[in-house]
Design a protein around this ligand. Structure first.
Ligand code: 5GP
Length: 176
């Protein structure tokens, strides 16, 4: 199989610097408190793994998985939670960690779902945000990068299950 090298949009050094800054901010904002970090599988697992190691707080890690995209490059319009968290989040400081806020549908669904479980606080951290595609009003509390409307891969983000292992964020060109 051919080894595809996409155009680099955000380098691994730039990613590391932003994640360190976000980790410091979260550490400051929740000083002397415990946080529950919810990693949204699969796309945010690399970001989340790096981010939690920059948060200097007592922390519990949970995972959720949802489906909406399948193997296409556009949203199917509804979100299903395929895997839920295993522990209670009631009265906890919760930070949802997402890979990318595109139309905002996925994160809107997750925020609504978790809000019903009465957390003490509910925040959103996202690696990427495409403002030109947003369809719902979403506040991102901890954002690493705002990007243009390009389909990106790498650093956990896939296309049809591939390219998650790339250490940088690249642009998927037509034809791949
Ligand atoms: P939304 O529900 O905000 O429209 O879409 C969010 C999900 O769509 C993300 O969690 C991600 O899985 C997928 N997605 C949106 N844009 C991109 C992109 O540019 N690249 C990749 N790999 N996935 C994307």
């Amino acid at each position: 199989m051919e080894h595809y090298t996409p155009e680099i949009l955000i380098s691994d050094d730039e990613i590391a610097a932003r994640i360190e800054a976000l980790g410091n901010q979260i550490t400051k904002d929740f000083e002397n408190q415990e946080v529950v970090v919810i990693c949204v599988l699969k796309g945010s697992y690399v970001f989340c793994a790096d981010l939690i190691r920059k948060i200097q707080l007592p922390l519990r890690l949970e995972f959720v998985a949802c489906s909406s995209y399948g193997e296409s490059m556009s949203s199917s319009g509804n979100v299903h939670i395929d895997l839920d968290v295993t522990g209670s989040i009631e009265n906890q400081n919760v930070i949802i960690v997402e890979d990318i806020v595109d139309t905002g549908l996925t994160i809107k669904t997750l925020l609504e779902t978790f809000k019903l479980r009465r957390p003490k606080s509910l925040k959103l951290a996202s690696l990427l945000y495409k403002p030109s595609r947003l369809k719902y009003s979403i506040d991102i509390d901890y954002l690493a990068f705002e990007i243009e409307d390009k389909f990106v891969i790498g650093y956990g983000l896939d296309y049809a299950g591939r390219y998650r292992e790339l250490p940088y964020i690249g642009i998927l060109n037509a034809g791949h």
